[in-house]
Design a protein around this ligand. Structure first.
Ligand SMILES: [Zn+2]
Length: 374
């Protein structure tokens, strides 16, 4: 049947068929399921961290520009039943919430949204903020609440130039939030008085909020949240391997780290001030992170990132993926099934990498010959 209306028609069966048509997918899925079962069994017998909070939902896991499978950066951190936090807020963050949770649940999520943290001012990390702010206001109004509590915005202070200009030229938004510049929350140079810092932490149920400059563009930050219940989550934002981040993230339960490039593109990663997957994993090891989730993949890995191997404490983030701490130990088992599911894209990437390696080798040889001639 041909659909001629403009209504969106979802056909999950088509996507499932596409997966099952991949020769290696079915056995890889079965193997994943049995490993998952074994791991769950194991966990029931241990005293691993459990519970449904914090839960982490990835709203966008791609770098630069959105595409069909990975939106730009956005992470919903549900701290407890009634408190949410969003880390980075790329374009379409609100759309992703609606798509994943539906209107009613989205309204609930936004009414429980206490804070938004913006790591730096590249558009793919903050341009969705205003849309989210306006949607949050509407969510309160729809529930008959007109005295909307102010959202806490933690961001590089320069974001105010853009937000004030929007407020002056389009519609009022400045009454909907209070801002604390990330610069004021640096762990090695706290510029808030103790009372304001304690007050901020207590509003977010945190024991500590630690921030550091990271190595990306001017005023790029990394953050670590230590909750009053004892758990700790660190988030890199965009950065090259950064010792300041290692310091503030020490012994965290989870590090969410960007891994924009494959290992073979270390030079490109350096030029663009990002990390390769191995560098990101190493940062996690240096800080003794219990688990590491990789995100912010270059759109060249829109389907599945290219990895040499995936260590047991490391997982790959996908859009619409929600995980609790208790899920983290099982994530690395998924990789094989994912590679089988996206086999064609994966093979294409391997081919491109091989070509790049060969071209690099040729250049090296050429330079060597020229050097000898001189
Ligand atoms: Zn950036």
């Amino acid at each position: 049947m041909v659909h001629r209306s403009n209504d969106l028609v979802l056909c999950p069966e088509t996507y499932l068929k596409e997966c099952y048509d991949q020769e290696k997918f079915k056995p890889a899925l079965l193997s994943f399921k049995s490993k998952l079962q074994a791991s769950l069994q194991e966990k029931q017998n241990s005293s691993d961290i459990s519970g449904n909070y914090p839960s982490i939902t990835f709203l966008g896991t791609g770098s630069c520009i959105p595409n069909k499978t990975r939106n730009t950066s956005g992470i919903l951190l549900s701290l407890s039943f009634d408190k949410n936090l969003i880390m980075d807020c790329g374009e379409g963050t609100y759309g992703q919430i609606i798509r994943l949770f539906g209107l009613t649940k989205s309204d609930e999520i936004l009414r429980k949204l206490s804070a938004v943290y913006v790591s730096h001012l590249h558009a793919d990390h903050h341009i969705g903020f205003i849309r989210l702010l306006l949607a949050r206001r509407k969510a309160f109004h729809r529930a008959g609440i007109y005295n909307v509590p102010k959202l806490i915005l933690l961001a590089p202070f320069k974001i105010m130039a853009y937000l004030s200009s929007y407020h002056a030229n389009f519609e009022p938004i400045l009454n909907d939030f209070t801002i604390t510049g990330n610069q004021k929350l640096l762990t090695d140079g706290l510029k808030l008085d103790q009372e304001s810092y304690d007050d901020l932490c207590s509003q977010l149920d945190m024991k500590r909020i630690d921030m550091t400059f990271v190595i990306h563009c001017p005023n790029s930050f990394g953050v670590a949240w230590t909750h009053k219940d004892g758990w700790k989550v660190a988030y890199s934002g965009d950065t090259m391997p950064c010792s300041g981040l290692v310091d503030i993230g020490q012994n965290c339960d989870l590090l969410i780290h960007e891994a924009t490039m494959e290992d073979d593109l270390e030079e490109d990663a350096k030029i663009k001030t990002h990390c390769t997957t191995s560098q990101a994993i190493q940062v996690g090891r240096d800080m003794n992170a219990r688990y590491i989730l990789l995100t912010h993949f270059s759109q060249r890995y829109a389907k599945v990132p290219l990895l040499e191997d995936l260590p047991a404490q490391v997982g790959i983030a996908f859009d619409n993926m929600t995980v609790c701490f208790k899920d983290l130990a099982t994530l690395h088992h998924m990789y094989e099934a994912l590679v089988a599911m996206f086999a064609e894209d994966y093979d294409d990437m391997l081919e491109k990498t091989a070509k790049k390696r060969a071209a690099r080798e040729r250049l090296k040889q050429q330079a060597k010959v020229e050097g000898e001639v001189q």
